[in-house]
Design a protein around this ligand. Structure first.
Ligand code: ADE
Length: 228
């Protein structure tokens, strides 16, 4: 998989991609992330990429032309499965969306800033508008990092334990059950007996029950969907 991220603050992102699971994905040749500085694509003086909003009001708007030039350049080099715009008014990101995107080959992620991008960019180039939650960030970069991490870790070969992504919270619509490691007794707090029994089937049943109960108490919204 290849992910191209378009940003006005590319420095913000490079460290994240050099020091995370994404670095492992890159070293294994499974996924690569390319970060593009939008200012390299502007024809304006002083590397300007934004301007005042027509109609007035506070805040600058990202201009269409640099974004058009960057996306068009990328599209002339390869075919993309999706051109994603990170924005608080997009569809809220979830595990199902991560699963779907992880099946793709090439993705573009455009990070918004200021008041956002000129609406004509959204109409003409963007295939998916995505938010990472109901709060406003100062730019889409953290959103792009969240998407890239959650998508790339699902690609076979990225996680060392092949099955571990399948048992994550949300993969089956449930939260994950509690987990324990050594010691068996930590300051009087013991590991549940069943996990020490070696009885595979009973352990699976216990984990399922725990996951169900966790979902019921912590995420009643997900629990309701499980019942339907
Ligand atoms: N840009 C600003 N806020 C955002 C959010 N919540 N999700 C994605 N991109 C954003």
């Amino acid at each position: 998989m290849r992910i191209d991220i378009i940003s006005v603050v590319p420095q913000l992102m490079s460290s994240f991609f050099e020091h995370s699971i994404l670095k492992r994905a890159k070293d294994k040749g499974v996924a690569e992330v390319h970060i593009h500085d939008l200012r390299d694509y502007t024809l304006y003086k002083h590397k300007q990429v934004d301007d005042y909003a027509y109609g007035g009001g506070a805040g600058m708007v990202m201009m269409a032309e640099p974004i058009d030039r960057c996306i068009s350049q990328l599209k002339s080099e390869r075919t993309y499965d999706a051109v994603i715009y990170l924005t608080p008014d997009g569809e809220t990101f979830n595990q199902q969306m991560a699963n779907r995107f992880s099946l793709g080959t090439n993705l573009i992620m455009l990070c918004g800033h200021y008041k956002g991008v000129d609406e004509r960019v959204r109409e003409q180039f963007i295939t998916h508008e995505i938010s990472i939650g109901d709060y406003v960030l100062s730019g889409g970069e953290l959103g792009a990092a969240v998407l890239a991490d959650s998508i790339i870790r699902l690609i076979p070969g990225v996680l060392s334990d092949e099955t571990s992504a399948l048992t994550d919270s949300f993969q089956d619509g449930m939260l994950a059950p509690p987990v324990y490691t050594r010691p068996e007794d930590y300051k009087g707090h013991k590991v549940p007996e069943i996990l020490l029994s070696g009885h595979e089937k009973k352990i699976q049943e216990w984990r399922y029950e725990q996951a169900l109960e966790r979902t019921r108490t912590r995420r009643p919204d997900l629990y309701e969907k499980l019942k339907n």
